[in-house]
Design a protein around this ligand. Sequence first.
Ligand SMILES: C/C1=C2N=C(/C=C3N=C(/C(C)=C4\N[C@@](C)([C@@H]5N=C1[C@](C)(CCC(=O)O)[C@H]5CC(=O)O)[C@@](C)(CC(=O)O)[C@@H]4CCC(=O)O)[C@@](C)(CC(=O)O)[C@@H]\3CCC(=O)O)C(C)(C)[C@@H]/2CCC(=O)O
Length: 208
Amino acid sequence: MHQYEKDGPAIYRQSFATIRAEADLAGLPADVSQVAVRMIHACGMVDLVRDLAFSPNAVADARAALRSGAPILCDVAMVASGVTRKRLPADNDVVCTLSDPSVPELAAKMGTTRSAAALELWRDRMEGAVVAVGNAPTALFRLLEMIEEGAPRPAAVIGVPVGFVGAMESKEALAEHPSGLEHLIVRGRRGGSAIAAAALNAIASEEE
Ligand SMILES: C/C1=C2N=C(/C=C3N=C(/C(C)=C4\N[C@@](C)([C@@H]5N=C1[C@](C)(CCC(=O)O)[C@H]5CC(=O)O)[C@@](C)(CC(=O)O)[C@@H]4CCC(=O)O)[C@@](C)(CC(=O)O)[C@@H]\3CCC(=O)O)C(C)(C)[C@@H]/2CCC(=O)O
């Protein structure tokens, strides 16, 4: 017989205690620290803290937006699926437009990826929304281009696309964007849909 923990809440308690013991959270504001713990929980890398970067009101503004009923706009279905609906404070809509039938043709017309083209279908929901990009660097770049073109401004952007082509650059572009969008990023190659969903889940509810 294998000996292993089978009590879900006990597994969570032990995980969060391990993260708090091993991750260097000391330099983070309390609200960001609570979100960082969940992001680390999603990927198992306590040194993720080193690469976290955020604007001062990112977590507070995202939380306030969710409480006032703002939608959550996700780049891919994996991010949208990871959002725990029962944590959402206002039964918020979780939107991913990537599988809309119009997107492949739109992408071909625009000469870009489907992930980026799918943002065209966000336009009427962008004002005050919480954006979560966990996979596609091109979606994050396109979001910044849309803001530059005058699209409505989201309340905050969780920008954690993962990978080797454009991931690091798109996150740096968000952090340095002249529009001053509230943001939370993981610098470099690391990121991913699970980390994006975990950050959202932490923002949605202050409980661990
Ligand atoms: C270049 C792309 C990358 N995808 C990565 C990692 C993962 N993607 C998965 C899956 C299932 C999906 N990825 C797509 C978004 C697809 N991935 C791309 C694109 C070609 C371009 C995006 C970009 O560069 O910005 C993109 C297709 C597009 O035209 O936009 C996906 C739509 C492909 C598809 O199934 O049709 C799909 C999204 C599914 C969803 O809606 O949830 C993986 C699970 C890969 C796998 O199947 O093994 C994985 C998930 C990672 C995660 O945590 O989200 C990278 C590494 C991000 C890579 C971009 C950067 C690079 O360096 O290559």
